[in-house]
Write a protein that binds this ligand. Sequence first.
Ligand SMILES: Cc1cc2nc3c(=O)[nH]c(=O)nc-3n(C[C@H](O)[C@H](O)[C@H](O)COP(=O)(O)OP(=O)(O)OC[C@H]3O[C@@H](n4cnc5c(N)ncnc54)[C@H](O)[C@@H]3O)c2cc1C
Length: 509
Amino acid sequence: MSKTDGKAPDLQAALAAWREAVGEAHVILDPEALEAAETATFATTQRIPAIVRPADTAQVQACLRIASEHRVPVYPVSAGRNWGYGSRVPPGDGSVLLDLGRMNRILAHDEQLAYLTVEPGVTFRQAYAYLRDKGSSTFITTIGGSPDASMVGNALERGDGAGPNADIFQNVCALEAVLPTGERVETGHARFPGARSAPVFRWGLGPVLDGLFSQSSLGVVTRMTFWLARKQPWLRDFFCAVNDDAQLWDMVDRLQALALDGTLKGSFFFWNDIKAYSITQQFPYPSVGRAPLPDWAREKLREGFGRWAISGTLIAPDAELGALLEKRLARAVEGAFRPLSFGPVAPFGEGTLQGVPTETNLAMTYWRKRTPKPEDPHPDRDRCGFIWCSVAVPFTGPEAKRATDIADRVPRLFGFEPNLALLAHSPRCVYLVTALAYDRDVRGEDARAQACYRALSRELADAGYYLTRAGLQAQDAAPPVKDDSAQVRQRLKAAFDPEGILAPGRSEP
Ligand SMILES: Cc1cc2nc3c(=O)[nH]c(=O)nc-3n(C[C@H](O)[C@H](O)[C@H](O)COP(=O)(O)OP(=O)(O)OC[C@H]3O[C@@H](n4cnc5c(N)ncnc54)[C@H](O)[C@@H]3O)c2cc1C
């Protein structure tokens, strides 16, 4: 039984206590700021009564104790750029936003051991600039999302990046988390005084708790160490395209073999024509009239490009080994519609695959807008409709085909272009990522996109392909489970959060 059993939520008392804890200026009630925070890239109804901005771990502890004491729900965001998954909007109505953006200090960097320890407000842009200014030979893993997204927020959602450490959560350790009770927990060896290996040894001693704080509502993470990759002595981007589906699935098998034998060490991607256009141009309204894109227009856009592009990076310790890798790759993609080409050799080069954040991919969110993408893209503000659906697929040609056939068909049934990518997550697994891009200013589109998401995620689950990440759009569409995990997770939630104040309503406790 909780300490405050039977007590009604008291927002006014909580606000007064938060003002005391973090300072008047950091408890925000401005209606414009609240309305902006209530806006995502798809329809939401949740209201946010206030935004509270703690400055350090002690203030986060105080804020959560106050929330528990007065039974006021809170929802943490680190940078709030969770575009396509719900942005800053909490899963439950009436949750106060716990905005961790002020906690933006880089706490430690070790060049030789290649790690960076940060607070949750540190963005990809900030970490990149920090390492560049230090002349570091290491780099962070970047993502296709906003450079102003949070490294911690992204890692907690188990985001996917580009480069050698593409599975981001696989390359973090030594978390510090504050529980809803206000208790502070450190993971791995970080919990021991003076532990010198805390930032370099993930497992520690005993059960590994890191995973409990990712994609969950069990704690607020206030510190995390990221393992960095070394800039590569020899690096070459590659690109080719296929026009024939049978050839594509064959190449999925061949490139999987190259990932397993170590030829392809970094991330690589298969992306369809729609994804490519939507990054480089907007919907061709002048020539086509209205959405969706008719087949003839898609064929025309596709001319010379091909149906699927394949791109990635080869990395090697020297040019001799690099040349060998080039040969192996060339053999695997022989006969491609657009033959294999390489970028210039970039010794210790720069680029997205070596940690340089870019806004290029954000253009996708403006695909169906009639107004051009602005200099400072912000899809929430500009009413871009955008929903991600990402599922895990075994890395074989037949499995990729089976899942992709669904993701290619369902969006078209609802009047959306299938915007698809297969991301090599590991030599064993690809993420099939579908983007639904639309214009929120077109009447009925919000509802249609949500219906499409539900149909797509359900059909993929029925075929055995489940979500890698559940945003707000998945809230009422969680697939059923076949074991006792739901009850066990509920018990964990009750133990960590007896008052149920942290992100109530999140589909995973
Ligand atoms: C065009 C486009 C391309 C994208 N490409 C990618 C990509 O390549 N890879 C990728 O992974 N994503 C991608 N995204 C999705 C998304 O933008 C990123 O994942 C982004 O990093 C999430 O925003 P954030 O880091 O600011 O996290 P936040 O919005 O701060 O938080 C994300 C989630 O984590 C929780 N959370 C945040 N901080 C904490 C904390 N400290 N403690 C506990 N819980 C917390 C929040 O409650 C929220 O549910 C893309 C989006 C778009 C629109």
